[in-house]
Ligand binder design. Structure first.
Ligand code: FEO
Length: 389
């Protein structure tokens, strides 16, 4: 698929992917790769090994694979580097990557690259009739991550940055609708990039002075309209700064619906003032819960107690959140217990360790809440929690 004169999208849609190392991908994903043809033929990134046949076919609809002169690898993770060796074995192309990427590729594939150019941050290469600039973007989201900038056409190929797990036969954001793509870009950022906000801020600073006519990531849709490019740049700045939104999220894990009853009382009162969403962890996927945190200012966590611990899905969520390092979000807790409420002390401690500002002690009920409990949790929630926002 041509995206500009002599520039082709040769990536593959992975329609059947439903999990990407734990991240739910209900629409599948894409592994985008780009072919620039001209005096030299340049391939930017590759695809997962099991997509190799379709990938080669897509390249060969444009040029024989043997005619590829250079393969640029922006990132060593295997969804983009998984067929680098295969392409090189068929084409004898020269590999271009950062020094760190060379090291990481060798540790993945245990290959020796005879024809290789390692590029430093800011370095430019003129290959035939095109000039490329290489911008290192360490920890967005791996140490060797790099963006390639096509100077002639002002197109940025930033690999995972600005991407979305959104399998789609369309190529451009404006063909699908900005709201859908932003929703998926937010989910991607929250689940994959969020721990590296300080690195993202440096990248956004570096991109400030670079004219961008197109941002072509390695997952999902390509940003080509000026207003869409401005939107995703603004979103990345907000997300990197952990700017809270206005939503209230109520996330709970319940055994016999007691915790759920408490959750519903909070939800009813929350919606009187703010947009709110409720997630039952027996049903909701944690990647979808996390996807809403960038839009939230307050997260309520509720759990029942089993074997003197909070329920396992909630414990898993807290472990996941600890790694994701969200900041600037308030939190409150509630739950139901059988014979000891002591495990809630650890629950509250773990929420603080995950980076949330706990507003007050939680509200906990033995066994099943009665009418008074339901009134009481509403009152505390409205006065102490909503009242402090
Ligand atoms: Fe899409 Fe970090 O790989």
């Amino acid at each position: 698929m041509k995206i500009r004169e002599n520039i082709y999208h040769v990536g593959v849609v992975d329609w059947n992917l439903r999990k990407f190392h734990g991240y739910s991908t209900p629409y599948g994903t894409t592994y985008n790769a780009y072919l620039i043809t001209g005096e030299k033929n340049i391939l930017i990134d590759t695809v997962k090994p099991y997509c190799a046949d379709e990938f080669i076919q897509r390249i060969e609809e444009i040029i024989p694979v043997e005619k590829i002169d250079y393969v640029i690898t922006n990132h060593a993770e295997m969804d983009h580097s998984g067929t680098v060796d295969y392409i090189i074995s068929k084409s004898n192309a020269t590999l271009i990557c950062s020094p760190k990427c060379k090291e990481n590729l060798e540790k993945h594939f245990h290959s020796h690259y005879e024809k290789i150019i390692t590029v430093e941050n800011g370095e430019q290469l003129t290959l035939g009739n095109v000039t490329l600039k290489f911008i290192h973007i360490p920890m967005v989201h791996w140490p060797e991550s790099m963006a390639t900038y096509l100077v002639n056409d002002e197109i940025l190929f930033p690999n995972d940055a600005f991407g979305q797990h959104l399998g789609c036969s369309k190529i451009f954001v404006d063909e699908v609708g900005i709201d859908i793509v932003i929703r998926e870009a937010k989910k991607y950022y929250a689940n994959i990039v969020n721990p590296y906000g300080n690195s993202v801020k440096k990248v956004m600073e570096a991109l400030k002075n670079i004219p961008l006519k197109m941002i072509a990531p390695s997952h999902g849709l390509i940003w080509r309209n000026t207003s869409d490019i401005q939107t995703i740049i603004k979103k990345y700045n907000d997300w990197a700064n952990n700017t809270p939104g206005d939503k209230i999220l109520i996330v709970y894990n319940t055994m016999w619906h007691s915790t759920e009853k408490l959750a519903k009382q909070c939800y009813i009162k929350a919606t009187e003032k703010f947009p709110a969403e409720m997630f039952d962890l027996e049903i909701a996927d944690i990647a979808d819960v996390v996807a809403e945190i960038p839009d939230a200012k307050l997260v309520l966590f509720g759990s029942s107690i089993l074997h003197n611990q909070i329920l396992p899905q909630m414990a898993g969520l807290l472990t996941y959140l600890t790694g994701l390092k969200f900041k600037n979000r308030k939190a409150w807790t509630f739950g139901s217990y059988g014979w000891s409420n002591v495990p809630f002390e650890k629950f509250e401690k773990d929420i603080k360790s995950a980076g949330f500002d706990l507003l007050s002690n939680g509200y906990y009920v033995q066994f099943v809440p009665d009418k008074n409990n339901l009134v009481e949790i509403q009152k505390i929630f409205v006065e102490k929690i909503l009242g402090s926002l």
